[in-house]
Design a protein around this ligand. Structure first.
Ligand SMILES: C[S@@+](CC[C@H](N)C(=O)[O-])C[C@H]1O[C@@H](n2cnc3c(N)ncnc32)[C@H](O)[C@@H]1O
Length: 198
């Protein structure tokens, strides 16, 4: 986004005024209003959490009886009410770390993963979808039956295949683009409800 566009961006302004670390926070809020991915008392894993906007929202939604863990390859400054860890989602030990922290399976997994973008769209799209497969593998090991998930997907050649892959594991899925997601961005979100374990 160019500087003059950033100034005009209402979500960015709102994020600054309301103390959210990213304008993306409003995407999760919007998705949750529509689909109730996270409810009070939930255990929530936030994959690709830095700088922490979604983690802040997850803490608010899960409330005092909930528990939230954020995971990212970059360092995330502490988010009050959450545990943030520096961890690669493709690491073999990732699911084990999550289960060790929660002591049981979680109720929701939310993924807003983006690779370091190279500027070459096909490469970035392929990398982003590949990260999602890693996240889905972790999800399959840590999400409770009946639990929910959200995946950001860079829409392109491989996104339909990824969507059918996760669809098999849930009672209901929906692809959507929240208003807070820029129209010019190719990202969309796959909301997955009712983990069947399939
Ligand atoms: C768009 S940002 C997430 C923004 C966040 N949802 C928020 O609201 O603040 C995407 C994140 O994915 C992280 N990421 C990329 N590859 C990763 C990996 N292999 N494991 C964990 N995190 C990764 C990046 O470091 C980056 O911080």
């Amino acid at each position: 986004m160019r500087p003059h566009e950033a100034r005009r961006d209402a979500y960015r302004r709102m994020a600054r005024e309301q103390g959210y670390r990213s304008r993306s926070a409003y995407k999760l809020k919007e998705l949750n209003r529509a689909y109730r991915v996270i409810g009070a008392g939930f255990g929530v894993l936030d994959v690709g959490c830095c700088p922490g906007g979604w983690t802040q929202v997850a803490v608010q939604l899960a409330g005092s009886r909930g528990r939230v863990m954020g995971m990212d390859t970059s360092h995330t400054d502490e988010v009050p009410g959450a545990r943030t860890v520096r961890l690669d989602v493709s690491d073999d030990g990732a699911a084990g770390e999550v289960l060790a922290y929660f002591g049981k399976r979680v109720d929701a997994v939310v993924c807003d993963l983006s690779p370091q973008v190279s500027g070459n769209w096909s490469v970035d799209h392929a990398r982003q979808v590949s990260l999602n497969y890693d996240a889905a593998r972790v999800m399959a090991r840590v999400l409770a039956r009946g639990g929910n998930a959200v995946f950001k997907v860079f829409d392109g050649e491989y996104s339909a295949e990824f969507c059918s892959y996760v669809k098999k594991m849930f009672a209901r899925t929906r692809s959507t683009k929240p208003r807070a997601s820029r129209k010019t961005s190719s990202e969309m979100y796959v909301v997955c409800l009712g983990h069947t374990g399939g």
